[in-house]
Write a protein that binds this ligand. Structure first.
Ligand SMILES: [Fe+2]
Length: 136
């Protein structure tokens, strides 16, 4: 699932270099600012011990965005959270071009994010509502 999101999110030549509209407002409200969010997701991705992922996720119970650090493919995933944007931190994702310099690879990933795709995932996650508090 994370790889499916990853490949669809990274598209060279994306039109915008940062999110707009309600996603941008949610990032500002929940994570401080785009710059603070980018620093947090970069740090989470660069700091994975061994293999894993950096993830921006929608958490439906608190109705907010949060950054997660996932070990391997599923360890430490927030229960019920929906991945919105994921960065692959497995060595196979960057070794051919960046050798063991994962931070350089992560810094370059930001240039490839397709924010329209991320926004679609954000909108769908929010539209799903809160599965725990559904009225009878
Ligand atoms: Fe991968």
């Amino acid at each position: 699932m994370l790889h499916s999101i990853f490949w669809n999110t990274l598209r060279p030549g994306s039109s915008a270099d940062r999110p707009e509209g309600e996603l941008a407002a949610a990032i500002d409200e929940h994570l401080g600012s785009f710059e603070a969010f980018a620093a947090q997701l970069s740090t989470a991705t660069k700091g994975v011990q061994g293999s894993g992922w950096g993830v921006l996720a929608w958490e439906p119970l608190s109705q907010r965005l949060l950054v997660e650090q996932v070990y391997d493919h599923n360890g430490n995933v927030g229960q019920g959270s929906t991945p919105i944007l994921v960065f692959d931190a497995w060595e196979h994702a960057y070794y051919l071009q960046y050798k063991n310099v994962r931070p350089d690879y992560v810094d370059q990933l930001w240039k490839l994010v397709n924010w329209a795709d991320v926004t679609c995932r954000f909108d769908a996650a929010r539209a799903a509502g809160n599965p725990i508090l559904i009225a009878p």
